[in-house]
Design a protein around this ligand. Sequence first.
Ligand SMILES: Nc1nc2c(ncn2[C@@H]2O[C@H](COP(=O)(O)OP(=O)(O)OP(=O)(O)O)[C@@H](O)[C@H]2O)c(=O)[nH]1
Ligand SMILES: [Mg+2]
Length: 460
Amino acid sequence: MDIIAAIATGGNPTAIGIVRVSGEGCFALCDKVFRALNGKAFSAQEPRKMIYGDMLDAEGRVIDRGLAIRFPGPRSYTGEDSAEFHCHGSPVVLRELLSALFAAGARQAKAGEFTRRAFLNGQLDLTQAEAVIDLIDAETASAARNAAAQLDGGLRRMLEPIQDALLEIASRFYAVVDYPDEDIEDIQPEQVTEALDTADRQLTSLLATCQRGKVLKSGVRTAIVGRPNAGKSSLLNALVGYERAIVTDIPGTTRDTVEDTAVVRDVLLRLVDTAGIHDTADTVERLGVERSRRAVEQADLVIVVVDGLTGPTEADREILELASRAPHWILGLSKSDLLPDGFCQILKRPKGLRGPDECLSFSSVAPGGLRLLEDAIAELYPAGSPSQTGSLLTDQRQEEAASRARDAVRRAKAALEGGLTPDAVLTDAEEALEALGELTGRTAREEIISRIFERFCVGK
Ligand SMILES: Nc1nc2c(ncn2[C@@H]2O[C@H](COP(=O)(O)OP(=O)(O)OP(=O)(O)O)[C@@H](O)[C@H]2O)c(=O)[nH]1
Ligand SMILES: [Mg+2]
């Protein structure tokens, strides 16, 4: 494979910036751009040690003084010979060094190409490669923890025994189907059924982790809805911690949806503040109200804000009805700092609707005024047990492959119980293996792999 190079750190001025190089023969190329102060050529330096020296441009002029590290393959991230240059993090310096490497024969790495090479060289499986990008993109500490555990092989360790059991079944059936005349030990249907049952159970419990995995990785789509002036934008601002949306005492202040993210007790919320829902003749406001309804329909969690000063009115009915169709909803009485203590007791479950997950009062201005709301959110999206960390399915691709594997396992079970010929069981077991192979990358198709690595940034 040819030699690739890229700036691994972002494009902003930082204290330190890193340029990476990888590919067979890259050390000879590095000799041209790095002059160690210890007088030895870069290619002769001790592996995996930081070496102090000068970075040189294509004309041999010094562009920076910093550290370089040599990683001979296969003990490197990519599995091939590779190197890192730690310079001062000026974008100009980093670009100069990169140009010098290009002049010496390297080419610009594509997005995710370092990790792709690591995968192709067997350093990582696909679940680990995906964990790398999840770790880079993590927006909460628990998302980072999960990605780190997945990078350590958490998901792979969960899948391997299932794969091995299916492989065992497939190979036994294969022998029977392909070599009918050989004296091969008979298949014990009870053993096979038991193995298929176990695979089914394990895949089912893995699939049950999807919701938690998605919350961890993508956050909770949360719509804040209510009548005009109820205190929705004030709540958004209090949650995100700055004046994101305009707040006034004039009803109808928010006319369009306003989006931002907040981390509440380590749960990532993708918040949408909406225009107050009510009947209006104003064209602009009507369009805003339409958007509010759509935000509710698309939300995982709806927070209905009822003005604490007026309490729920008949006009809140439509909003409550809309919210009660969401996967989760919380009914919140706003402006609790202006209410007598215990006032929220009057908020009973609305008649004839699926009750909210929680009824509570809150204040967006009083210190600690969101505590009950934060408690409720943390309870709805619990952190999950530490033993699950790293073995959650966190995206659609993984969920789809695991569910295809489980369907095939169930078909194999049915075929066995229905007394179908061994080749029918074999076909299903192989299909299950194929789906699991896509998950870990053992048999993943080229286009799936390309799609995964496209999500990476350059230099990773
Ligand atoms: N005391 C007190 N006042 C609040 C609180 N929340 C909102 N308010 C006041 O209520 C008024 C309306 O607040 P907004 O947050 O703009 O209400 P909204 O629901 O976004 O209103 P629209 O955008 O018009 O639909 C403002 O005068 C706020 O200062 C609160 O918790 N306590
Ligand atoms: Mg508003």
